[in-house]
Ligand binder design. Structure first.
Ligand SMILES: *Cc1c(COP(=O)(O)O)cnc(C)c1O
Length: 397
């Protein structure tokens, strides 16, 4: 089944109590075996190749583009967190993981994805449309009926091959009804892939809602310190997993050992970081909703937010990304970014440090994203410091 065997080691959770909480797993998973004198952390192994002769066995380490012992502990830990028996496949970036998932759409096939998902994901879909004749439908992912109508196709259009879900969406923070979408998409014969970057497996576990493939930009919360670029793709079905693994091997967008080691190190504190960042985000959202310099705040924690009910039902938290539209439009948004002194003006998200940007500064961002929308990635600093800085910047413009 897997054309390129070699070193995809399944997770070994046998040493731990079965009911281990995800908050414990981030600390306990992916450790070396507990033998006398063993290190508590896995080593970084720098070797492109491994001693080997003859016909290789299925789990043999052969060559570092196919699999390495420095990847395995992270791949094992992430698989346990997402709740799949098959190891995560770590990739050189989140986009490399998304490319692997999109390779499941055949030439001439159909791909349905959120209008407001990560802009480069949409760019990749358009690239497939041009080069492989894939038909791409952009949908409002929070409108379940519209999404499922697009998936079903009809008339000239065949049913979709893959429904791509991001929830909450980047940067509009729409929340998808994932179980309803997965059930409807499967009934139409489509696979369901979920980009779980914004939520992390501590907040949302897409496989429990029917997803076939889950991807992460590990760059963001999982690694968590804005010092690595990395991705991961996961599946529960062995045949799908083998296709993703073969894609990674032949396309070659693999990770370096240091990056993966740093990601595992970052994962150890994920529960604490997510807990603090979410609490900060909810508190800031509450205060911003009453701020005279703010026209709109989007965060699913707010009781009147369109995503609140679904997020409360489907997620174990509300995430730590805020959407803010200041009074005064685009010029005011740019002025806020220029005025903050603690918040970092930067793209990306999910680091320990709080950052913000106006998304439409990118020409490639969807034109349906408001021109004045600021995306705030709330970090783990003291919330009062974050508030003082933001409040001062909003009042100054
Ligand atoms: C950043 C991001 C990606 C892309 O990940 P890279 O690691 O930058 O390649 C994909 N999806 C979402 C939701 C992201 O925020």
């Amino acid at each position: 089944m897997d054309a390129y065997p070699g070193a995809v080691i399944p997770p070994d959770a046998s040493a731990r109590p079965p009911a281990t909480s995800p908050r414990t797993l981030v600390v306990a998973a992916g450790r070396p075996p507990r033998t006398q004198g063993a290190p508590v952390n896995p080593p970084v192994v720098l070797s492109s190749t491994y001693v080997s002769q003859g016909v290789p066995g299925p789990d043999e380490l052969l060559y570092a583009r196919i699999g390495t012992e420095t990847w395995h502990p992270f791949e094992q830990a992430l698989a346990e967190l997402e709740g799949t028996p098959l190891p995560a496949l770590v990739t050189g970036s989140g986009m490399a993981a998304i490319a692997a998932a999109f390779s499941l759409v055949p030439p001439g096939g159909r791909l349905v994805l959120p209008r407001h998902c990560y802009q480069v994901t949409i760019g990749h879909a358009h690239d497939l449309a041009q080069r492989s004749g894939v038909t791409v439908d952009l949908v409002d992912i929070d409108d379940t009926a519209a999404v499922l109508a697009a998936v079903a196709g009809g008339g000239e259009r065949r049913p979709a091959d893959l429904l791509w879900v991001e929830s909450p969406t980047n940067p509009m923070l729409e929340v998808a009804d994932l179980p309803a979408l997965a059930a409807g998409a499967h009934a139409a014969g489509a696979l369901v892939g979920v980009d779980n970057t914004f939520a992390t497996p501590l907040v949302q576990r897409p496989f429990e809602h029917g997803a076939d493939v889950v991807v992460h930009s590990v760059t963001k919360y999982l690694a968590g310190h804005s010092d690595v670029v990395l991705g991961a793709a996961l599946a529960t079905d062995p045949a799908l997993h083998a296709r993703l693994h073969d894609y990674r091997t032949v396309h070659g967008a693999v990770a370096g050992p240091f990056e993966v080691w740093l990601a595992l190190r970052g994962l150890r504190t994920l529960a604490l970081r997510v807990e603090r960042a979410q609490a900060n985000a909810a508190e800031l959202a509450r205060r911003l909703a009453d701020h005279p310099g703010v026209a709109v705040v989007r965060h699913p924690s707010l009781p009147d937010d369109p995503g609140h009910e679904r997020a409360a039902r489907l997620m174990a938290g509300f995430g730590s990304i805020l959407g803010v539209r200041p009074v005064g439009g685009r010029a005011a948004a740019d002025a806020v970014v220029a005025a903050v002194r603690l918040w970092v003006p930067a793209t990306s998200l999910g680091g320990v440090e709080s950052s913000l940007e106006r998304r439409r500064r990118f020409a490639t961002e969807s034109p349906t994203v408001p021109d004045d929308l600021l995306r705030l990635s709330v970090g783990i600093e003291d919330v009062e410091d974050l508030w003082r800085d933001l409040d001062a910047a909003l009042r100054a413009v």
